[in-house]
Structure formats: C-alpha cells, structure tokens
Design a protein around this ligand. Structure first.
Ligand SMILES: Nc1nc2c(ncn2[C@@H]2O[C@H](COP(=O)(O)OP(=O)(O)OP(=O)(O)O)[C@@H](O)[C@H]2O)c(=O)[nH]1
Ligand SMILES: [Zn+2]
Length: 200
C-alpha cells in the first residue's frame, strides 16, 4: 500500500507583508459580497483576515514527529488505538467532516509511540480529503513507520456536506483498510471491529 498521489498539502504562502494583498483575504471579501453581505460592516471587518488565518492554520498544521519506535521483545500482541477524533475537509464541497478512527497493527519488531497514531491521523486529515483516502493513507503510513504488514484502520465519519446541505441527512459513513492478518475474517479483525464500536 502506498500513500496516495492524490494527497498533497496546499502550498499557500504563510504571510503577506502588505495589508490587503493576501489573496485569501481578497477571496473572502468577494465571497461576502457574493452572498449579499457588506464586507466593510463592523462585524465583518476582520473576517477576511480570520478566514485567511484559519485556512492556513488548518492546511499547514504540522502534527510533528511521527517516527518514534521502540524495540519489541515479545511477539504476537495486537495493538489497537481507538476513538482518535480528527477533523478533515471534504474535497468536493470544502466543508468539514469529522472522523473517529481506530488504528490497529501487529508489531513486527518495533512498537510505535502511542501519541504517534494521533499525529499520523492528523497529518492526513488536515488537507482536502475523501474519507476512503484518509483511511487508506493512514494505513499506508502505519505500515511504513512500523514495518508491520498487519495493519487495520477503520474510520467512522460524519460529513457536513451531507448533513447540513444537499440531502440534509446526518449519517455515519464507515470505511476501512485491512492488510495482512486483518484481511481475512477472524479473531484479529473481530478485535479491531469491536474496538471501533462494532460492525454498525
Ligand atoms: N465516497 C465519498 N463520497 C463523498 C465524500 N465526501 C463527500 N462525498 C460525496 O461526493 C458526492 C459529490 O457528488 P456531486 O453529485 O458531484 O455533488 P452534489 O451535487 O453537491 O451532490 P449532493 O451532495 O448529493 O448534493 C456526494 O455524493 C457527496 O456525498 C467521501 O469522503 N467519500
Ligand atoms: Zn462534500
């Protein structure tokens, strides 16, 4: 499994020295005008700058070092980290979706530092995504960092583009990536599915 070529971080300039020259602020002013607002009214005066800040803050968020592994002296354990909650952005509508992730693997020779699962999840969530690719890319990175061929990732997401607009129906989307021992139905897969809250 390889990291998807579709996945790229937005290349946005970090700062604009001259006030009023930030293209994201200009976009925000245009957006406000298009929806019938006055971008110069007092409540909206700082909104374009906030808009520019949040887009950069979200898409350039750096979750830090993810490669810390420790040698493992026992074999056969399954490690499962569940209820990792991340926010991502639907690449079709640029609206947020939230995703609760369960990540499991069977360490081959090294174990990954516990916090790194959440760092890896955020690394792939803080960009324009679809949920299937988010889950796939997290699984690929867990494999790359741990060297384990046995990895499972289950995501349960709610997409605002479905609940607040369009069909306006809240729903939970479950998507999963299973490699190695998790590919077949059996005890390893049952354990991770159960940690993710069951097959529902
Ligand atoms: N499989 C998948 N679909 C997604 C995801 N995020 C959004 N979508 C869907 O992408 C589709 C885009 O469909 P379009 O018909 O091109 O766009 P649309 O007219 O806005 O569609 P509606 O959302 O049905 O109003 C919609 O069905 C969304 O629900 C995702 O993470 N995975
Ligand atoms: Zn969407």
């Amino acid at each position: 499994m390889t990291t998807s070529a579709e996945t790229r971080t937005l290349e946005l300039p970090r700062e604009h020295a001259e006030p009023g020259t930030d293209p994201l602020e200009t976009l925000a002013r245009q957006l406000l005008t298009e929806i019938g607002e006055d971008p110069d009214r007092s409540g909206l005066r700082d909104t374009p700058a906030r808009f520019a800040r949040w887009w950069r803050e979200f898409t350039q968020y750096d979750p830090g070092q993810v490669e810390t592994v420790f040698p493992l002296h026992t074999v056969g354990q399954l490690v499962t980290v569940s209820d990792i909650h991340v926010w991502s952005l639907c690449e079709h509508h640029l609206l947020p979706f939230s995703c609760t992730l369960t990540i499991a693997y069977r360490p081959a020779s090294h174990v990954l530092g516990l916090s790194k699962f959440a760092r890896i999840a955020h690394r792939h969530a803080h960009r324009l995504q679809i949920q299937e690719r988010l889950v796939h890319d997290i699984a690929s990175e867990i494999t790359a960092v741990t060297g384990s061929p046995d990895v499972a990732v289950i995501g349960k997401g709610e997409h605002l583009c479905m609940s607040m607009r369009g069909i306006r129906t809240p729903a939970v989307m479950t998507s999963s990536a299973f490699t190695g021992i998790f590919e077949d139905f059996g005890p390893a897969r049952d354990e991770v599915v159960s940690a993710a809250g069951g097959p529902r």
